[in-house]
Ligand binder design. Structure first.
Ligand code: HEM
Length: 385
């Protein structure tokens, strides 16, 4: 089975299981003809995610000069010591407390979206709930005023899904870079108690984020902060709808098992080798691109007993859905909080919720990097008495 067709996006696991059985790492050529290596086993996945000889740097010279400074400074594309410095600065502002304090906002946004969802006979749970919820939450966190959010949504979708033409991607990035430059200037003049405000005012032993670094960080948080979380919520509802009965387990445990079984970030784990790298019996030369398939690693039978069985009681925390090592997802606590609130409130309001189309008719988002539904029509059922 090809890794790039509709059959793969609809159900990547048969193809990944075949690859994983054949070996820990495979040379693949993308649909655009770009060769890369894909890691499919859990041990080697951890090895790649922690090996300091692998670099995250990606060339940005194909982008217009006006975009390069902000995009090149994003910490997801940096190695130590630059990465260490950026991560320390943002972690000082994006604290567990700031995440916890978002709880009332997440609940309010969830309830509003559920009110709106209930108005349609067979609403699309992705467009009406899974996507707008984390988007609104990340905007609250960053401090993007509600009336300015719509274009950011459209640009973010274009960057992740790809527009009709390559120029659309550049236009979307330009739009975001210009918007956040302007928003940060306004916040500098009139400081507010949000994450961007905190990043602007914070001084860490005299070190601060530069203007370009701030724009790069805002962009990274906005995109990383909602596309994957939307996939998590959608994948969770999809899996739960396919079960004969909803698991009688704490939502947090259900969310962890969804993260393992239907890893939303799929293979969003770009690395490049800077020297020959041996994985099992395969040696990858220097200068080659490597992607870890989190989807494949998280169902490796050498690591997880009955990996294709949904078992919220595993409780071993060994999945790699948020990555591993120094680039481990900065927003994991927020993603878990949002998914927990979303599922609790959705099923409390609609305990009989069911998918309105059979699984084989569902549309999935295309591309190898993400694993999530493009649409999930549902019947909400009668509300509880
Ligand atoms: C990094 C997954 C939600 C911000 C990562 C990585 C993964 C990941 C796999 C590591 C990539 C690599 O090693 O190459 C996810 C998933 C999410 C999620 C599955 C939701 C279910 C979020 C949220 C935020 C966020 C809500 C922000 C509010 C980031 C950032 C990084 C990152 C800033 C880069 C960290 C670094 O380079 O040090 N995420 N993420 N993510 N994520 Fe998430």
């Amino acid at each position: 089975m090809s890794l790039f067709g509709e059959e793969y996006t609809a159900d990547p696991h048969p193809a990944l299981a075949e690859l994983r059985e054949a070996g820990p790492v495979h040379r693949v050529t993308s649909a655009a003809g770009v060769p890369f290596w894909m890691v499919t086993r859990w041990d080697e996945a951890r090895q790649v995610l922690t090996d300091p000889s692998l670099s995250k740097r990606q060339p940005v010279d194909q982008l217009p000069a006006s975009l390069r400074p902000a995009l090149a400074t994003q910490m997801l594309l940096r190695d130590p010591p630059d990465h260490t410095r950026l991560r320390r600065l943002v972690s000082a502002a994006f604290t567990p407390r700031r995440t916890r304090e978002l709880t009332p906002a997440i609940e309010r946004i969830t309830d509003r979206l559920l009110d709106e969802l209930g108005a349609a006979p067979e609403p699309d749970l992705i467009a009406g709930f899974a996507v707008p919820l984390p988007f609104e939450v990340i905007c609250e966190l960053l401090g993007v005023p509600p009336r300015e959010r719509a274009p950011l949504r459209a640009w973010s979708d274009t960057i992740i899904v790809g527009g009709p033409a390559p120029a659309d991607m550049v236009a979307a990035m330009s739009g975001m870079v210009t918007y956040f430059g302007d928003l940060l200037a306004r916040k500098r003049a009139d400081p507010e108690d949000d994450l961007l405000g905190a990043l602007l005012t914070m001084a860490d032993e005299g070190d601060r984020l530069s203007g370009d670094e701030l724009v790069g960080m805002a962009l990274l948080l906005l995109i990383a902060g909602h596309e994957t979380t939307a996939n998590l919520i959608g994948n969770a509802v999809h899996l739960l709808c396919r079960m004969p009965a909803r698991p009688d387990r704490p939502t947090a445990a259900v969310v962890e098992e969804v993260l393992r079984m239907a890893s939303p970030a799929a293979t969003s784990t770009y690395r490049v080798t800077t020297r020959p790298l041996t994985l099992g019996t395969v040696t990858i030369p220097a200068g080659e691109q490597v992607l870890v398939s989190l989807l494949a690693a998280n169902r490796d039978p050498e690591r997880f007993t009955d990996p294709d069985t949904f078992d919220p009681d595993r409780g071993d925390g060994g999945h790699l859905a948020f990555g591993h090592g120094i680039h481990f997802c900065l927003g994991a606590p927020l993603a878990r909080l949002e998914a927990g609130i979303a599922l609790d409130r959705l099923f409390a309001r609609h305990p009989d919720l069911e998918a309105a189309v059979p699984p084989e008719d569902l549309r999935w988002r295309s591309g190898l990097l993400m694993h999530g539904l493009a649409a999930l029509p549902v019947r909400l059922g009668r509300p509880p008495a």
